[in-house]
Ligand binder design. Sequence first.
Ligand SMILES: Cc1cc2nc3c(=O)[nH]c(=O)nc-3n(C[C@H](O)[C@H](O)[C@H](O)COP(=O)(O)OP(=O)(O)OC[C@H]3O[C@@H](n4cnc5c(N)ncnc54)[C@H](O)[C@@H]3O)c2cc1C
Length: 409
Amino acid sequence: MKDQTPVAVVGCGPAGLMAATVLSEAGLPVEMFDAKGSAGSKFLVAGRGGLNLTHAEPAEPFAARYGTNAEIFKKFLAGFSPNDLRAWLRGLGVETFVGTSGRVFPKDATAHDILKTWIEALNRRGVVFHYRHRWQGFAPTGAPLFLTDTGELLAFPAQGLLLALGGASWPQTGSDGSWASFLTARDIHLEPFRPANCGVEVAWSEHFRTRFSGKPLKNILLRCGDRQAIGDIIITAHGLEGGPVYALSSVLRDLLDKGSPVPLFLDLKRDLPLERIRERLNEPRGKESLANFLRKAIHLTGPAYSLLREIFPPEELDNPTALAEQIKNLPVTIRNTRPLAEAISSAGGVAFLEVDADLMLRKLPGVFVAGEMLDWEAPTGGYLLQGAFSTGYRAAQGLLNWLGHARHS
Ligand SMILES: Cc1cc2nc3c(=O)[nH]c(=O)nc-3n(C[C@H](O)[C@H](O)[C@H](O)COP(=O)(O)OP(=O)(O)OC[C@H]3O[C@@H](n4cnc5c(N)ncnc54)[C@H](O)[C@@H]3O)c2cc1C
């Protein structure tokens, strides 16, 4: 007779929900747990800015987005690829489309719609949801232990456990990393959580901060070491935010960790080569103010001009050659990254050396981990959600194998 003891999946984010999907499709009784009062809080937050589900680029460059973990992610992505994700969403009634940048978005469906339909499908397969159940490690029997909102400690006998507890950014969504101590207590090595895809801090003058916070800098090229990113960025009270800043934030963070501020170089006029700018700035300025001269000569206006004035030494303002060079390569001193709580994602978490190829914890047989709680990072662009989906899928397949179930095709 089939073992009717359920498997427990803890964490109702994309990784946990994907794992529950695989396990329930294989016919296992699945019970899900989450510390929050509802599922998918961070997924819903991701939906606010346009839910970028995955990316359409080929397998090789896609896997390279996971940096030092590219090789292992190649395998996870082969098991549940961006195309598999799109096909699975179609099965759920959600069509997707590829945007001009290759990013994949849902067509005519919000994150809320997807989550609702997904949970309904799981409910139909008998998956049981327990909210306000915070995982607290293990009972002496080895059963997962939960603290309920009534203060009760509940040991839940399960034939397998899959943890998908998220990272440590946006703690208000439930991803607060407080689970870490329960794994370190079992001698599992975790890398410290660090902000990824985050804004950076710059010590603006009071004048610049008050006048330009919230203003965009359009079509800027950012450079740090051999990495660069292009796009629009936002000046904030604390520093800089926006896609290109997030793209370079892990490099900046790693350099900042060495202890001193780091220069981020901005090309404020990337459509004009340096020689052309130099030529134009070498024309006589007459009695024209610098602001008017730069506006007429090279269309440098608004916040970009003010940023130049903020950074560029005033005594050099009459030196056209130095001015041209700074417009193409303005060094903005980055003092810090924004705090982990504000970051889009986190690096750190369960070290890959602690898991086998199926994402089972070597020191805790029968316990699998998936999603952002593992120590990986990737840029924005759909790579974060795809990483959560693919590792959730892989860990669930691993749990099925471990339980001796035939793979479900
Ligand atoms: C502002 C923002 C925008 C984003 N936009 C995008 C985007 O467009 N595209 C993209 O690819 N990614 C995006 N992301 C990232 C993406 O949302 C995450 O990578 C993804 O949600 C991670 O999934 P997960 O299942 O691993 O963890 P989570 O979604 O964080 O889920 C973890 C779950 O575990 C629960 N939990 C934690 N601890 C416990 C415990 N002890 N006991 C029980 N339950 C617990 C939490 O309550 C939570 O429900 C965005 C993130 C943010 C913050």
